[in-house]
Design a protein around this ligand. Structure first.
Ligand code: SF4
Length: 341
């Protein structure tokens, strides 16, 4: 009965599914339907708070894919964007992987296609391809080693210094890796995430000046990661208070942070888990408009529909999955992969 009433409210529009709020009644219906399907619900750190709260596990993309692979349930409901659900499918090929709205894409993953990469590789036939996890399964299948923001430096450092490296798709993460490794033969794809690129150096500088005692957590995909390091170098923001971290690394750092206030430069959904991890700290967004519209397509209505209809199912061609899983496995073996985004 409860499902019928709620189901009748679901509206499907061009921006996604709407019409249902994250009420306690909705949450108990979601949990009941998940049990009925023998499904576990995973939610990325950038999801809406009500989706994070109803999920069985919340984390970054790699941590969630590992949980998916080890889960006893045979259905995974992945509340995140499409490439993340694909990665879960690559690592758990025998499981049913559902995403509440397959239209939830990623501007960073979309910034390079498999054809783009084939053409780039043709220009550098002996190069090693290193791809950040925010890529499609097809791009991962053409990749030698995937990386996360936590182990990108270790992955690039593991490559023979005489070989060219093609690093994709994020130019800011690429610049960060180039700066640390000092590697001249690192070629960087000019891709970016519209959300992270929108967090700029000017905003960061203004925030740093007006909160002189705060610590600063920066995701390396942010357009401001370079500015954060520059500011630290200039002494505007003490270097020991600037932390370049993956989303998973931010949660760990929050638990041990000493300051009363932390400025956070990444997608605003991250604030929900940080506030839960360290309730005594005042977490503030560097840019409170940094919200990913794709992540926010996983609405209460979308999740409910997914559990009622068993849609949208994520499929990856078995040959592509096999090749992609090799590059993902190499990523897991090098350094501390952490969790990427
Ligand atoms: S925040 Fe950016 S990188 Fe992350 S899913 Fe959204 S578009 Fe992609």
């Amino acid at each position: 009965m409860a499902t019928t009433l709620l189901e009748a409210q679901i509206h499907n529009g061009p921006g996604g599914y709407s019409g249902v709020s994250g009420t306690p009644e909705w949450a108990s219906e979601v949990k009941r339907l998940a049990r009925e399907r023998n499904a576990t619900i995973l939610a990325h750190n950038y999801q809406l708070p009500e989706i994070q709260d109803v999920a069985d596990h919340v984390g970054d993309s790699l941590a969630l894919s590992r949980i998916a692979a080890e889960a006893s349930e045979d259905t995974i409901v992945f509340c995140g964007v499409h490439f993340m659900a694909e990665t879960a499918k690559i690592l758990s090929p025998t499981k049913t992987v559902l995403i509440p709205d397959a239209r939830a894409g990623c501007s960073l993953a979309d910034s390079i296609t498999a054809d783009d990469l084939r053409a780039w590789k043709a220009d550098y036939p002996d190069a090693v391809v290193v791809s950040y996890v925010n890529t499609t399964a097809e791009v991962k299948a053409l990749t030698d080693i995937c990386c996360t923001s936590s182990n990108a430096v270790d992955v690039v450092a593991s490559v023979d210094p005489d070989r060219d490296v093609l690093f994709l798709p994020d130019q800011f993460l690429g610049a960060h890796v180039k700066r640390i490794t000092g590697r001249k033969n690192l070629h960087i794809w000019a891709g970016e995430c519209h959300v992270h690129a929108g967090i700029n150096g000017d905003e960061l500088t203004a925030q740093a000046m007006s909160h002189p005692d705060a610590e600063l957590f920066v995701h390396p995909e942010c357009g401001c990661a370079t500015s954060a390091l520059y500011l630290a170098g200039e002494g505007a923001f003490p270097a020991d208070r600037v932390h370049i971290l993956s989303t998973g690394g931010m949660i760990d750092a929050a638990r041990v942070a000493k300051s009363k206030q932390v400025l956070v430069a990444t997608e605003v959904g991250m604030l929900h888990q940080l506030r839960k991890a360290a309730p005594g700290i005042d977490f503030q967004a560097v840019n409170d408009r940094a919200s990913c519209k794709y992540m926010k397509m996983i609405t209460p209505a979308a999740l409910l529909r997914c559990l009622i209809e068993g849609k949208d199912e994520v499929h990856v061609d078995p040959e592509i999955a096999k090749a992609a899983s090799k590059s993902v496995q190499r990523m897991i073996e090098i350094g501390t992969p952490g969790g990427g985004e």
